[in-house]
Ligand binder design. Structure first.
Ligand SMILES: C[C@H](O)[C@H](O)[C@H]1CNC2=NC(N)=NC(=O)C2=N1
Length: 99
């Protein structure tokens, strides 16, 4: 379900319960975002990955912040509507981990 507010943020020890269920190691930023860096051979490969992330974001109606560099993409997930983490962030992270 897309988030339009009205749900509590996932906080504290609960964040760890979610991150440890992800296949890869996402770091927690300021207790309100999760972040992972992906590396690639060049810019074209990084862009191709970013476009696959965009497809997931559109189908889930939940959109990460993407920082695209030569050979590197940084993905940050947080839920704007509640200014913190929701289950949607972990669902999208799990799908990105499958790319
Ligand atoms: C109406 C629409 O589905 C909502 O605005 C969605 C869109 N994508 C979103 N993405 C993220 N990361 N946070 C949100 O709160 C959010 N809200």
């Amino acid at each position: 379900m897309p988030c339009e507010g009205g749900v509590p943020t996932i906080k504290g020890g609960e964040i760890e319960n979610y991150t440890c269920q992800l296949k890869s190691k996402w770091s927690v930023v300021d207790g309100k975002k999760i972040r992972r860096e992906f590396t690639f051979s060049d810019f074209v490969a990084a862009m191709a990955f970013a476009n696959r992330v965009a497809e997931i974001a559109e189908s889930e109606e939940h959109h990460p912040d993407l920082h695209i560099y030569y050979g590197r993409v940084v993905v940050e997930l947080w839920t704007h509507a509640i200014d913190g983490l929701s289950e949607n962030d972990f669902i999208v992270a799990a799908k990105i981990d499958e790319i």
